[in-house]
Ligand binder design. Structure first.
Ligand code: F6R
Length: 606
């Protein structure tokens, strides 16, 4: 979603701002803009095109202090007038990520005070509010702090004033923002990847923090206005890890990074034969011994990972598990189980619905919380009692791939730890061995890429597709359908195969490709009968089948042989060809694979 970059230096910051925006493009946006202070004037450039267009429009813009933004429209259509930065009377400029909930009331008040609004955004009220305090003689810092007290909702903010070329004020509540610490220059950004060309020393701001940034120094104030010290951390993310390298798209790169992402995730947590609760935090053993059920909360792809885990947790660990879509759970009147372990899953750790669901669970007294997340220091990690960091590395493509498979690995580890604690883990060494073998098993599936690329040609002209799976592979069918729809824009549905005859079979004809996940498990024979139901109605089948399933090719039945069966870990392997299929179908269709229309990477608003 929206991205913020700000810079203060003794050099022209426009190239830094543009490079930063380009690196935030993956978050999703529909317009972009920047503003610099030059000779006590604000110089603003905005565009509804890509960052490249903004760069050509700002070729003559220069300044040593500036803020920049990519906007993902919420209030008001994508247009120049709604693009950030927003200004108040050529004095105050603001970039904002988040949503101001009481903006209508503030807008009415500010209008009555004589402020003119030029956009439909909620952000413009912030610019005018700060301006009103600034004009009363307050410093920029105090003006921002006073304005923030009147705002309801979520924000990450960067603020500058035309007559103050030496200060940039930034603040966060509910939306991510970090400070980049340079030598004789300082920066702010929504995420660290934006700043890697200029610094890897960062301070992750906490909820309610306001920062007065100057060239050589910065002062951080907490939510109560008290000066605080926050640790400077050296980001582990390297500049190379966010470069595309020889790949055509980030999604392709990230699909191929899965073997290393999985082994990195396993690296620090399981020795050769056993695993311990400590991998989820120092208090994990005590917490796990108190819990009698699991509640998993997540959105989108992360929700699908949770759905797979439900099968593992109930079958292997013998612990009752429910999985809920975070945006539903947060508004539902549910009956809290105070002995449940609430597990929040998120690649970004900043998803507004998942964060709100976690807070809702905690407000209802469910204090045993575990975040499984790919971003250190994210809001979700900080708000949870226990934590597990997947080590997928930065995921730039909007469609989640390596974050999903590493979440599955983390959830499998959780299953093993809980099973062990409950005396149910008789095959610990075998499971650990299977986990250690997983990266090479994934690599073998990746080697199927040329075959899947050829297969994808047959999907490009289709308008719909149906995905089938059973048991713990049903969520994999859901994930396959989600990948296909989000990047190729082909309408795709997923069903548990046994559900076909209860309705969706009516859709099946020669124009409806039916993709099935066919692991060699206990439900195989049932699945085969379901596939017969499809074939009997003239449906074209594409079956990703494990060895020894004895599903053979015939007219209308295309079998894509998987290299090996991975037992309980089979969902990880079966995910890979579906990611590749979606990727190659999108290539055929010529869509913007890494930045699919209307979507954003970090969904930091509701
Ligand atoms: C789909 C996708 C989304 C995210 C969802 C949750 O490919 O990426 O469905 O999974 O927006 O995001 P996180 O995991 O960051 O909470």
């Amino acid at each position: 979603m929206c991205g913020i970059v700000g810079a203060m230096a003794q050099r022209n910051v426009v190239p830094i701002l543009l490079e930063g925006l380009q690196r935030l493009e993956y978050r999703g946006y529909d317009s972009a803009g920047l503003v610099v202070v030059n000779d006590k004037m604000l110089e603003r450039v905005r565009s509804t095109g890509r960052v490249k267009e903004l760069a050509s429009r700002s070729a003559d813009t220069q300044g040593q202090l500036g803020i920049a933004h990519t906007r993902w429209a919420t209030h008001g259509a994508p247009s120049i007038k709604n693009a950030h930065p927003h200004q108040s009377r050529d004095m105050i400029a603001v970039v904002h990520n988040g949503i101001i909930e009481n903006y209508e009331e503030l807008r009415a008040r500010l209008k009555s005070e004589g402020y003119e609004f030029t956009s439909e955004t909620d952000t413009e009220v912030i610019a005018h509010l700060i301006h009103s305090h600034y004009m009363h003689g307050n410093s920029l810092l105090v003006s921002v702090q006073t304005a923030l007290k009147e705002l309801e909702g979520a924000y990450a903010l960067g603020v500058i004033a035309a007559d103050n070329p030496n200060q940039l004020i930034c603040a966060r509540r509910g939306s991510p923002l970090l400070l980049g610490v340079g030598i004789g220059e300082n920066f702010v950004a929504s995420d660290v990847s934006a700043l890697l060309p200029v610094t890897n020393r960062v301070i992750y701001l906490e909820e309610g923090d306001v920062v007065e940034v100057e060239r050589e120094s910065y002062r951080i104030f907490d939510a109560h206005g008290k000066p605080v010290d926050r640790a400077v951390q050296v980001s582990e993310i390297s500049n190379e890890s966010v470069q595309l390298g020889n790949y055509r798209h980030y999604m392709q790169k990230e699909i191929h990074e899965q073997p290393s992402a999985i082994s990195d995730t396993l690296e620090s947590v399981c020795n050769s034969t056993s695993i311990s609760p400590g991998i989820f935090g120092a208090d994990a053993a005590a917490t796990f011994s108190e819990v009698n059920s699991i509640l998993i909360l997540a959105c989108g792809t992360s929700y699908h990972a949770g759905m797979v885990a439900r099968y593992w947790l109930e079958e292997i660990a013998g612990i009752q598990c429910t999985v809920e879509i975070a945006s539903e759970y947060r508004y539902r009147t549910s009956v809290p189980n105070l002995n449940a372990l609430v597990v929040v899953l998120s690649q970004s750790g900043e998803t507004a619905d998942t964060m709100a669901a976690l807070n809702h669970a905690k407000d209802m007294g469910q204090g045993n919380t575990l975040a499984i997340c790919n971003v250190p220091e994210s809001a979700l990690i900080r708000a949870s009692k226990l934590r597990f960091l997947t080590r997928a590395g930065p995921e730039i493509g909007v469609a989640s791939t390596k974050a999903f498979t590493t979440q599955l690995v983390a959830l499998f580890l959780l299953t093993l730890v809980l099973a062990k604690q409950r005396g149910r883990l008789v095959q610990e060494t075998e499971f650990v061995h299977a986990l250690r073998h997983l990266p090479s098993a994934v690599q073998k599936v990746l080697d199927m890429e040329p075959q899947i690329a050829t297969l994808a040609e047959r999907f490009a002209s289709k308008h719909h597709a149906l995905f089938l799976g059973r048991g713990m592979h049903y969520p994999i069918a859901l994930e396959g359908a989600l990948k296909l729809k989000e990047i190729s824009y082909i309408h795709a549905e997923a069903y548990p195969a046994g559900e076909l005859k209860h309705g969706p079979l009516a859709l099946v004809d020669k124009d409806m490709p039916v993709i099935s996940v066919a692991p060699n498990d206990t439900l195989l024979e049932k699945l085969k009968s379901n596939l017969q139901e499809v074939r009997a109605r003239g449906g074209e089948l594409y079956v990703f089948a494990d060895a020894d399933t004895l599903i053979s090719e015939s007219d209308g039945v295309n079998v894509i042989q998987m290299p090996e069966h991975a037992g309980y870990l089979s969902p990880v392997l079966h995910t890979i060809p579906l990611q590749l299929l979606a990727y190659y179908v999108a290539l055929q269709k010529g869509t913007d694979v890494d930045k699919p229309r209307n979507l954003a990477k970090s969904v930091t608003v509701e």
